[in-house]
Write a protein that binds this ligand. Structure first.
Ligand SMILES: [Zn+2]
Length: 103
């Protein structure tokens, strides 16, 4: 709600001119010294000392490690049973996953 500085009429926030007197209205955000300062954009990870970019990189790295571990498990299973054919689709699937996830 914006109160007109000229006539005191009440106007909704999105109007630019007073409905009663036609006076140009000021946005409630720059309403004067009483108005609270504009809020700073939130930085969700600032308190942990990690930038979102770094966190994203770490997540991506962890994901890559999970895939590698999976591949290792498959390879170990193949070595144990001495069958090697499951390794090929596993590698192909992993390559596809990595390409899709852009790791
Ligand atoms: Zn007015």
């Amino acid at each position: 709600m914006i109160t007109c500085t000229k006539c005191g009429g009440k106007n909704s926030d999105d109007t630019r001119f007073c409905a009663r007197c036609g006076n140009k209205l000021q946005s409630s955000r720059k309403a004067g010294p009483d108005a609270p300062p504009p809020e700073e954009p939130l930085e969700p990870f600032a308190h942990q000392g990690l930038s979102p970019d770094l966190l994203r990189a770490l997540k991506r790295m962890a994901e890559a490690w999970v895939y590698l571990l999976l591949l290792g498990t498959v390879a170990a299973g193949c070595a144990f049973y001495e069958v090697w054919w499951p390794l090929y689709p596993a590698v192909a699937l992993l390559g596809l996953l990595i390409r899709l996830r852009r790791i």
